[in-house]
Design a protein around this ligand. Structure first.
Ligand SMILES: N[C@@H](CCC(=O)N[C@@H](CS)C(=O)NCC(=O)O)C(=O)O
Length: 245
């Protein structure tokens, strides 16, 4: 595929060839927690978007970029970027400016950071706690039409094995065992709520960031921990209503 990169006036790189159907485009893994953050915000604003499934081993779909992790977001004008929290800020800045930018609200910054540094790592320790739960989490690759039979097998079993190892290393970051730790982190998350949302009466960046991480667990090992949490689950359900995903 030809690489089409131009510079805009601000010096950022444009990749108009990577825009699908003229829509804002997410390059993602179906199961990626950071990608759900972006889908949640786009959904809450009623923005139509294209979602390109990246094959996790070779990542050929990202060969046009310097990035090797998803999500990568390409806006409809070709503006491309990575890092989920930066993408949330960018999308909000283009669609209503409904929550503060990074550096303008210390609490929002703190809880957006928490989504990556603490909650994301806590759920990985739970989802990939055993080989069985790890292979189940990778089962989604079997439903992706354009993955070859070989890619499906490699991703499920080799990917599942690798993720089990990643899960073990994430678990070592916390004092408590994975399931207990997730409950503790949900207790902590609940202290950041300002009424219905982190953002008060409506969701802000911290709501979309933490919701996205937890949304990726739906149907997987450990979601019951969220479902039985008396404060975090009602909050999760409220953000879900907003995002529609
Ligand atoms: N800090 C990044 C983290 C992104 C990330 O770690 N994505 C994972 C998927 S959930 C990834 O693509 N990892 C690289 C790999 O699988 O090779 C963000 O917030 O966007």
């Amino acid at each position: 595929m030809a690489i089409m990169a131009e510079s805009d006036d601000q010096g950022s790189t444009l990749f108009p060839e990577q825009v699908v159907d003229g829509l804002p485009t997410i390059y993602s893994f179906q199961s990626c927690p950071f990608c759900f953050k972006i889908r949640a915000l786009l959904g809450s604003r009623g923005i139509r978007y294209a979602d390109v499934e990246v094959e996790p081993m070779k990542k050929a779909e990202l060969s046009w970029s310097e990035w090797s992790a998803v999500p990568v977001f390409v806006d409809s004008d070709g503006t491309a970027m990575n890092e989920s929290n930066d993408i949330l800020h960018y999308i909000d800045s283009q669609h209503g400016n409904l929550f503060p930018r990074a550096g303008e609200d210390a609490e929002q910054d703190r809880w957006m950071d928490f989504s990556n540094q603490v909650l994301g790592k806590s759920i990985v320790a739970v989802i990939y706690r055993t080989f069985g739960s790890s292979f189940r989490a990778l089962e989604y690759v079997n439903g992706i039409e354009n993955f070859s039979r070989r890619d499906k097998l490699v991703n499920k079993y080799l990917g599942g094995f690798v993720m089990k190892m990643v899960g073990r290393s994430r678990a070592k970051m916390f004092d408590e065992p994975p399931r207990q730790n997730l409950k503790t982190q949900l207790d902590l998350l609940s202290t950041g709520l300002n009424g219905d949302f982190f953002g008060g009466e409506s969701p802000n960046g911290a709501d979309f960031a933490n919701y996205g991480i937890l949304r990726s667990m739906q149907g997987l090992e450990g979601f019951d921990i969220l479902e039985s949490h008396p404060t975090a689950y009602p909050w999760y359900s409220r953000v879900q209503m907003f995002s529609g995903i």
